[in-house]
Design a protein around this ligand. Sequence first.
Ligand code: GLU
Length: 291
Amino acid sequence: MAGDGLTRTRFAPSPTGLLHLGHAFAALTAARLADPGEFLLRIEDIDRDRCRAAFEAAIFQDLRWLGLDWPVPVMRQSERMPAYAQSLAGLDAMGLLYPCGCRRGDIRAALSAPQEGASVMGPDGLVYPGTCRGRRMAEAGPEDAIRLNADRALAVTGALAFMDKGLRHELSTESFISGIGDVILARRGWGTSYHLAVTVDDAAQGITLVTRGADLFEATWIHVLLQQLLELPTPSYWHHILIRDDEGRRLAKRDDARSLRELRDAGATPSKIRQMIGFDNSTSAPSRTAV
Ligand code: GLU
């Protein structure tokens, strides 16, 4: 596992729909960058309302059809709640968490108050103005989310850094506080959030190279902060381009993006799919030289 010197990547889809070309690109990128090494699959199913067993089954089938293979058993985030609770408890013991009952409308209203500065968009939407920052964890109720106090957290860690495609990126404590802020680590009724789950699980699986879309680049600062607070290793990153349609729209944002299944039923072969996303062993496909 971790520390064995092997490159280990993962593809981590949420079973909330059928895989499309953008997913194929992400999965093939992860698999190629793990060669030689190990490519893992992880099912990110913490959003119980939107995840479906049928979509999970379709993920396995479609990836196998594409020619991918991975070790079993596959990690499922819905089975990892104790690990997330333990990490949250650790952060709580450090005095870094607070409960927050604000809804989006409350946040917008607070930000429009005259004494507030300009609204800033962070990786999770509007940077939280800190309305609930004075609340204590002892008063957390079922209607609350749990937020990380960014000021206090960054006082522990100092500035952050990670490697993306072999290049070092840095972020000052001030930039995190003003541009990302007090992020949610446990959504109301969920027991975790994407940020906490992905950080804890990448470490648990010994992932050495996280590959994912460039849209998650800014979110990586949150994960690097959590790694430091939880004393987990920071992997290397490879934020890849997003596959777009002819009009330049991201496939993931389109409801009618054609699924791999539809393309297959219409006669596409796995090598045709690879070709459609520039993955036919040509120079446009990613190589590991810069990792
Ligand atoms: N489940 C996330 C997604 O579908 C994975 C993102 C990541 O790789 O960290 O976008």
